[in-house]
Design a protein around this ligand. Structure first.
Ligand code: AZC
Length: 826
């Protein structure tokens, strides 16, 4: 185990990491922080007491981290700008990083408390939608573990991702009041609050030197208050900060209005201002052009850049070396307005010449694209944009004017090209293309998997790639092996450590391959299977408790957890389940190895089709689980409110991981990696990072099906007709008929008609085209699962060969190829 601060013998109640020292610290916190004794303390009081005790032990590294960034003149830090950070529960991962689980467990046991129960009781901050937000959190973990100085900048949403409840099979959204009980991990830094302007107009004036300058007079000002969350690296010695901004009124209370009896008006300003950071927009891929959303984006970006400039000035460094202090990563286009804001701050705020400011800006920024779906690329109507950010619109026009001048010089006469590359889409309504702003304002642009980057270069951003090929590069996503193996799967982690030692935890790519030597060892295999079975039993117990569904731990656990979206094709999965059900019904006596098919994931509240798919899955589950002919051999369950915490129970329990998006649609996927490193074998298409995972694990250890990305294009070009597939494949035809005829809706033929009609007449994501191949693959999976030794070997090799998919490797790639930073800890 790593040396945490606790291995030093020290008797300070805030730093001592021995069991007696931790016990005293918890008791002190209980008494002095929550005003309780062990007799009166509630579960929440115990949690807080333990959390503050753990936080204290992070503060040495934390303070050193802040000093590092604000004192070292020659240091380049990453500023990771992201509208989402899905950080997950904090207590367990911080205890792991500090290496104090054992003494803390012992200390709590002497107080009659169970560490695991306290860890399980945490309400996680759901400050992200899905993959993009969780990736940002994995990267924060890896940067701290590798010793890359970094600040994560984002939004302190009062309400995070909604809580999903299920009523009669339908998704019902509830507000996520994650702050209701307080959040012990954050430190509010009022002294670093900054004012952010919105709206208003611009004017020109001559400065003292006689130069024409522009001034923005915002109509409104909002206070951005930083909330700092420590992100400690594994080993407990290096700590970065996640700085999340909340919006407050500059003047929270208008005494004049109050005195004249207008109580509403007295607090109006407060209410309006706080709206900015009130709630996370719950749409993942398709964006919504809402003015509040642009307000949120600008709010956190402006506050963050001003925070960075404050550091630059504190260091006493000139502004034109700003890029040597910060490498600013734009996580998708959500923070792309930063390009215009930095130009405004340098040019308007500090009187820098445009060319110099532009050179600094483009050396600072780099941009990660996370999607190939055209509807997900943000575009803001010019009128809306200019109403909220009039000065930024002018700056974007000027950036565009200069940029198009270069384009026209390089490709004279090609006006079509200029129109395609322009930062402004001239189609009605005229709008600002945020992805174009991000590309033009950055020195590097990356996709998140090899296939995705290739498709970006050859399709979505073809013209930019031709113009500036040197900007484009790939950084395949990764996940942190700390949270997604060491923490969430302690049994497997201990088993791995017993064979290859503990170095895999922070040297996953280098070490985990050593496991391969044991892939055929019968003793090791038996141990491996035993652990998987225990993990499945743990998930079954949860399903029984919360859903009343009994899952057989001896069944194959086949899982699809992710946002519900048509391109991810949960409906393909449920069609397969229906086909398997029909096969059992046709011949109930035939042999059928037990299979549990599990789903989980949230749908955007306004996404009609996705919500209906959730309902369909529930209805199918009800029929199948209750059918005596099936006799429990096939079970279907929907795990509600999928989030990081639930994921930590689900990934370790899966035998089969469903990664079945239509090829060319999923940028990378990261759930695929989380399942894989917990020993699940992937059943998937050649999409996103699946392609590279398959290369690593070997094709014999991956269940492949479906069209490839070029084949998808080809079939579409020739005129894709989904009905032809339904007509010629009786298994598919029957599955669709069953849904249409009301077999899963008590005879109601209307409720699922939109799904069936959409599949038959449109099927944009080609579910029907891939169905037969999926069914064939299913048969191969079942056959492989029956051969336990073979399947266990596949499972072990999936873990052993996925070293590349550690987010540590991704961060090293960013450091080397994009940020030009050398990690301090390897
Ligand atoms: C996701 C992509 O869909 C997924 O393929 C990728 O693995 C992940 O980003 C991380 O790169 N995109 C989103 O989650 N997008 C939003 C807006 O949430």
């Amino acid at each position: 185990m790593p040396k945490g601060p606790g291995n030093k013998s020290c008797h300070n109640v805030r730093t001592d990491c021995t069991a007696p020292g931790l016990r005293q610290a918890v008791l002190d916190n209980l008494y002095y922080v929550s005003g309780n004794t062990p007799v009166t303390a509630s579960a929440q009081d115990w949690y807080d007491a333990v959390a503050y005790c753990v936080r204290d032990r992070m503060l040495k590294a934390w303070n050193e981290g802040i000093e590092r960034i604000t004192k070292a003149l020659d240091l380049r830090a990453v500023a990771y700008l992201s509208a989402e950070f899905l950080i997950g529960p904090q207590l367990g991962s911080n205890v792991l990083a500090l290496g104090i689980a054992e003494p803390l467990r012992e200390a709590l046991a002497t107080l009659g408390q169970d560490l695991d129960a306290i860890v399980d009781g945490e309400h996680e901050p759901g400050l992200g939608n899905g993959g993009l937000g969780r990736l940002a959190a994995c990267y924060m973990d890896s940067m701290a573990t590798l010793g890359v100085p970094a600040i994560g900048y984002g939004i302190h949403y009062e309400f995070g991702m909604f809580t999903q409840t299920i009523r009669d099979g339908w998704q019902v959204e509830m507000a996520d009041k994650w702050l209701r009980q307080g959040f012990p991990w954050e430190i509010v830094q009022h002294e670093f609050a900054v004012e952010v302007g919105l709206g208003g107009s611009t004017e020109t004036f001559l400065d003292a030197g006689g130069r024409l300058r522009v001034r923005w007079n915002p109509e409104k000002r909002i206070l951005a208050v930083p909330h700092d969350i420590p992100v400690i690296g594994y080993g407990g010695t290096f700590c970065n900060v996640l700085r999340l901004w909340s919006a407050e009124a500059v003047d929270a209370f208008d005494f004049g209005s109050f005195s004249s009896g207008d109580y509403g008006k007295a607090v109006e300003e407060k209410i309006l201002s706080e709206t900015i950071s009130k709630v996370l927009y719950p749409n993942d891929e398709p964006y919504q052009g809402k003015v509040l959303r642009l307000g949120q984006q600008y709010f956190f970006v402006s506050a963050s850049l001003r925070d960075m400039l404050r550091v630059q000035q504190m260091l006493g460094k000139p502004l034109d070396t700003f890029h040597t202090t910060f490498a600013i990563q734009l996580n998708d286009t959500h923070p792309a307005v930063a390009v215009a804001e930095l130009m405004r701050l340098l040019v308007d705020g500090h009187g820098m010449e445009w060319e110099r400011a532009w050179a600094v800006t483009t050396k600072c920024f780099s941009y990660t694209n996370h999607t190939l779906l055209p509807e997900a690329l943000e575009k803001w109507p010019v009128e809306l944009f200019g109403g909220l950010l009039p000065r930024h619109l002018e700056i974007i026009y000027e950036i565009n004017r200069r940029f198009l001048e270069e384009v026209r010089a390089a490709y004279p006469g090609d006006e079509g090209l200029a129109a395609r590359l322009s930062l402004i889409d001239e189609a009605s309504p005229r709008s600002v293309r945020m992805a174009h702003l991000a590309v033009v304002g950055s020195h590097a642009v990356n996709g998140v998997a090899a296939l995705h980057t290739e498709l970006l270069k050859t399709h979505v951003m073809q013209d930019f790639a031709a113009l500036t090929p040197q900007k484009f590069c790939n950084v395949t996503n990764g996940v942190t092996p700390r949270r997604f193996l060491a923490l969430c799967n302690p049994r497997l982690a201990a088993c791995i450590t017993s064979r290859i030692g503990p170095a895999w935890i922070n040297r996953f790519e280098e070490e985990i391959g050593k496991l391969e030597a044991f892939a055929d060892d019968p003793g090791f295999q038996a141990q491996w299977r035993g652990i998987k079975r225990e993990n499945k039993a743990a998930l079954s117990a949860l399903a029984e408790k919360h859903l009343g569904v009994a899952l057989n731990p001896d069944a194959v656990f086949d899982v699809q957890v992710k946002r519900v979206h048509e391109y991810k094709r949960q409906h393909l999965n449920i069609l397969r389940v229906i086909a398997l059900y029909s096969a059992i019904k046709r011949d109930p006596g035939a042999e059928f190895s037990p299979l549990a098919v599990l789903f989980g994931g949230k749908a955007a509240p306004g996404y009609f089709m996705a919500k209906r798919v959730i309902k369909l899955i529930h209805n199918v589950a009800q029929v199948i689980n209750g059918d005596p002919d099936v006799g429990g051999r096939l079970t279907v369950a929907y795990i509600p409110n999928f989030n990081v915490r639930v994921g930590q129970v689900v990934y370790p329990a899966a035998d089969i991981s469903q990664q079945i998006s239509l090829a060319g649609k999923e940028a990378s996927g990261t759930g695929n990696m989380k399942f894989g490193i917990n020993g699940a074998v992937t059943m998937g298409t050649l999409d996103g990072a699946n392609v590279e995972m398959r290369q690593c694990v070997g094709e014999e250890n991956f269940f492949l099906f479906g069209l490839t990305a070029p084949e998808v294009v080809e079939v579409k070009r020739n005129g894709y007709d989904p009905r032809a597939y339904a007509a010629t494949d009786p298994v598919l035809g029957q599955a669709l008929d069953m849904i249409a005829s009301g077999a899963f809706s008590a005879g109601d033929r209307e409720i699922f008609r939109p799904i069936v009609d959409n599949l038959l007449y449109q099927d944009e994501y080609m579910v029907l085209a891939d169905f037969a191949s999926y069914m064939h693959c299913q048969a191969l999976v079942m056959e492989a699962c029956r051969d336990t030794a073979r399947f266990t070997r596949m499972s072990i090799l999936n873990v052993a060969r996925l070293g590349k998919f550690s987010s540590d490797r991704s961060i090293r790639d960013y450091c080397r190829d994009i940020w030009n930073i050398t990690p301090e800890l390897g």
